[in-house]
Ligand binder design. Sequence first.
Ligand code: DGP
Length: 114
Amino acid sequence: MLATNIFLKIINREIPAKIVYEDEHCLAFHDISPQAPVHVLIIPRKEIRTHADLTEADKAVLGHIHWVAKQLAEQLGLAEGYRLVINCNEAGGQSVPHLHLHLLGGRKFGWPPG
Ligand code: DGP
């Protein structure tokens, strides 16, 4: 069956992406529209539309994508610091309906976010 959202298409190799990491639970690839010198998206293989859709059964995969983010930050030279972002729903700035963790680094970030 063909995937219904763009990130599922990347998981299923229906469209290409610059994949930097994958395992049985998740996939990480470079964002197509980078907002920093390093901008990687880490996504669970499981179809979870938004952060608000998480259930208790998803606690392990949520922890796992953060662990992968920490390891990728080291590998990608972000020792000075980095930012992790999960946008939730339209008001939270989410545009792709598949949970994803943004790993951004390589520049200084401001606060509050836009
Ligand atoms: P968000 O706004 O939090 O839903 O972030 C979605 C991100 O996904 C956005 O930074 C751009 C990225 N993106 C959208 N389509 C594609 C794609 O086809 N390939 C890749 N690599 N990234 C994509």
